[in-house]
Write a protein that binds this ligand. Structure first.
Ligand SMILES: C[S@@+](CC[C@H](N)C(=O)[O-])C[C@H]1O[C@@H](n2cnc3c(N)ncnc32)[C@H](O)[C@@H]1O
Length: 219
């Protein structure tokens, strides 16, 4: 059980203008295309935030952004042709098989392991057979994980609550084995460790800002 006031933190982040992530979208679009998604039906951006990855969607078919933050969605839905839905990753308000692809970029690890497993089940449910997932999750060997060990509140193995810039956020830091275990019902392709851009929360922390980045397919 998390004590972070769920949802409020992200609304507050977006009320202050959002976070200052460097432009990762061309890289994310490249991964989506690399996973063979071009023109193959609807794409769900899970935890879409401001919808920065929804801009670079040329050739990717219809796009739906889901997020729990109404403030984030208010910005994301300004993009023409993008549908935005408020909801939780753990209970997706979509029919089984509704999507040919799901993007979960810097989003699903912001939960406890129980909720992450529930989310993986929901992703599998809303994907059509053969559908693809492109995902990034924070590694256990991560600058923020080491910071959490010093300043956070441990909820379970690898999961911490952290207060940064006045916001309380839950993070799970994944081992490689956990990625394989959580997504065991998918065929995992191209799982690799990658350094991604810092946010205001991680900039200045010693060590790397590493993520597991992978694409996976629902059999
Ligand atoms: C670090 S941001 C990443 C946003 C976007 N994917 C990107 O890469 O720019 C995480 C997003 O996940 C959303 N979020 C966190 N927990 C969520 C949940 N349980 N259900 C739906 N959205 C959630 C937050 O509101 C926030 O917009």
């Amino acid at each position: 059980m998390t004590a972070c006031p769920f949802g409020e933190a992200w609304d507050e982040v977006f009320a202050r203008g959002g976070f200052d992530l460097a432009a990762e979208s061309p890289r994310v679009s490249g991964l989506l295309r690399g996973a063979g998604l071009s023109g193959r039906g609807a794409l769900l951006d899970l935890g879409c935030g401001l919808g920065r990855h929804l801009r670079e969607r040329e050739g990717l078919g219809p796009v739906v952004g889901l997020d729990s933050s109404s403030r984030a969605l208010a910005r994301a839905k300004q993009m023409p042709g993008v549908s935005c839905v408020r909801g939780l990753m753990t209970a997706l308000p979509f029919a089984a098989g509704a999507f040919s692809a799901v993007l979960a970029w810097r989003s699903i690890y912001l939960q406890s392991m129980t909720d992450i497993r529930r989310t993986a089940g929901e992703i599998r449910r809303v994907l059509a057979p053969g559908g693809r997932l492109v995902c990034s999750v924070r590694t256990r060997d991560n600058a923020l994980a080491r910071h959490a060990e010093k300043t956070g509140r441990r909820l379970e193995e690898g999961t911490w609550e952290l207060v940064a810039h006045g916001f309380c956020v839950t993070y799970h830091f994944f081992t490689r084995q956990e990625v394989l275990s959580v997504f065991k019902d998918f065929d995992i392709h191209q799982l690799s460790g990658m350094e991604l851009a810092h946010t205001a929360i991680t900039r200045g922390l010693p060590g790397e800002n590493r993520f597991w980045v992978f694409s996976a397919q629902k059999p």
